[in-house]
Design a protein around this ligand. Structure first.
Ligand SMILES: [Zn+2]
Ligand SMILES: [Zn+2]
Length: 312
């Protein structure tokens, strides 16, 4: 992956992507630690006092966009995201609720995830509709909706390098052991935060038609080599959405102003049991603490619909 540097931030990846005359940061990791690790990686690769041309976000989830605002402010550079992702990064809307009923470890943990996108601040800009990325010639941002409505993947056609964000994963996120060893394997997008499984499947099928030579995703180690294209084709052919879950038969719907509709929740026996055991209260307290922390610099509250008027 010439000119692509992976920056692991605990369980998620950011990437430094070199262009002819500089570099661009793709995703920004978790808030705080993401910025710290990215600063170290930038200094190691390019030296001190060097800054990128901009930051591109594959989507606005907390583990990908958490440090974008702080780094953009520090470097005084723009942040780019797909226009359908902007309402969450502007905090004009919340993402659809996570789906703890989709099954698996991650789904159970998702009860603790913050639902709001990371506030990106005033440097946020929409990506151009033709997918061109300022400062990153040779790369294109491709809409890959499904995990989120405005999710994009980045592709460099000249050598087939694909930065897939959460359109798919290159590790099994369901196994706590795999979080440590991270065997390379193609896997579904992070399930509890994926809110349109049909679109997610179409996006994976579309990515397979690109015949990538390297796949670097938001979660897992990069997969590189002549077998990668065929592995992705096989994965796309055999892909099936989860057997059950809130968004499996009916997607959440959203437009450029944010969330419009979420399908009704499906029965959640584990959630009920947790609440009955009092664990839910602890989880709720943790969640509130997380949300309060992520609201820290943007104290405006959501109204009951989960939206609020566009700010100036
Ligand atoms: Zn995500
Ligand atoms: Zn992610």
């Amino acid at each position: 992956m010439t000119g692509v540097v992976r920056v692991p931030v605990l369980f998620v990846n950011a990437y430094l992507v070199e262009a002819n005359d500089g570099f661009v940061l793709v995703d920004s990791g978790l808030r705080g630690i993401g910025a710290t690790l990215i600063r170290v990686a930038v200094q190691a690769r390019f030296g001190s006092d060097v800054r990128p041309r901009g930051i591109v976000l594959t989507h606005g989830h907390f583990d990908h966009a958490g440090s974008a605002r702080a780094l953009a402010k520090e470097w005084d550079v723009p942040i780019y995201a797909h226009r359908l992702e902007l309402p969450y990064l502007r905090r004009q809307s919340e993402y659809p609720p996570e789906d703890p009923t989709v099954g698996g470890t991650l789904a159970n943990l998702s009860r603790l995830f913050p639902r709001a996108g990371s506030y990106a601040g005033p440097r946020l800009r929409p990506l151009a509709t033709d997918g061109e990325i300022p400062g990153l010639r040779g790369w294109r941002a491709l809409p890959t909706p499904g995990h989120t409505r405005g999710h994009v993947s980045l592709f460099r056609e000249s050598d087939g390098v694909l930065l897939a964000g959460d359109a798919l994963a290159t590790m099994d996120q369901e196994s706590p052991l795999e979080l440590l060893v991270q065997h390379r394997q193609l896997r579904q997008p992070p399930a509890p935060l994926t809110t349109d499984w049909q679109a997610a499947q179409r996006s994976i099928e579309h990515l397979a038609t690109l015949r990538p030579q390297a796949i670097a995703a938001g979660h897992g180690l990069p997969m590189v080599g002549p077998d990668v294209a065929e592995a992705l084709s096989t994965f796309a052919r055999n892909f099936a959405p989860p057997a059950h879950g809130r968004y499996v038969n009916q997607p959440a719907r959203a437009d450029e102003a944010g969330l419009i509709y979420v399908p009704p929740p499906v029965p959640d026996p584990i959630g009920l049991a947790l609440r009955a055991a009092g664990v839910g209260a602890v989880a709720a307290a943790l969640l509130m603490a997380l949300r309060r922390r992520s609201d820290h610099d943007d104290p405006r509250a959501f109204d009951a619909t989960g939206r609020r008027p566009r700010s100036s």
